[in-house]
Write a protein that binds this ligand. Structure first.
Ligand code: HEM
Length: 147
């Protein structure tokens, strides 16, 4: 069971209230596909991902980024049971999509960068700490079905 301090909970909720799932989701998924190009192989049904311009204009990347960030938003609302909230998604990624769970950590990393770039000076060290802790719990929850 993860212990959250009141400050951590407040920081995570506050950061998430500033997230635009559509715009920031697209930015994060685009970064994943560009920074770690081998992740493109999971999205072969998404059409042209061959360069940053194609990725930026790809409607499926856009829609999927929103879907992923909305799922993370659901987890934000279940901080006391992140694992339970992600149980079904973990099964889907492990048994149906066969996504290497290392990629969850990579997605969390690019999302931290998207948030830092967006929030600038309000993304203080304590806020980063809370966000990174939440993402570690999220990645752990998503990886649960692989254990
Ligand atoms: C599908 C969430 C990371 C690959 C999905 C779906 C959600 C989701 C909600 C839709 C599931 C459904 O159809 O019921 C997340 C979350 C992540 C994450 C919260 C946080 C780290 C990743 C990563 C990869 C990945 C890192 C691969 C590098 C996929 C693929 C699909 C999918 C290939 C199916 C896409 C399609 O064909 O529509 N994910 N995902 N996911 N995810 Fe993830």
């Amino acid at each position: 069971m993860v212990h959250w301090t009141a400050e951590e909970k407040a920081d995570i909720t506050s950061v998430w209230s500033k997230v635009n799932v559509e715009q920031d989701g697209h930015e994060a998924l685009s970064r994943l596909l560009i920074v770690y190009p081998w992740t493109q192989r999971y999205f072969s049904s998404f059409g042209n991902l061959s360069n940053p311009t194609a990725i930026a204009g790809n409607a499926k990347v856009h829609a999927h980024g929103k879907k992923v960030l909305s799922a993370i938003g659901d987890a934000v609302h279940h901080l006391d049971n992140v694992k339970g909230a992600l149980h079904e998604l973990s099964d889907i990624h492990a048994f149906k999509l066969h996504v290497d769970p290392e990629n969850f950590r990579r997605f969390a990393e690019v999302l931290v960068i998207v948030l830092a770039a967006k929030l600038t000076t309000s993304f203080t060290a304590p806020v980063q700490h809370a966000v990174e802790k939440f993402f570690a719990v999220l990645v752990d929850g998503l990886s649960h079905s692989y254990h």
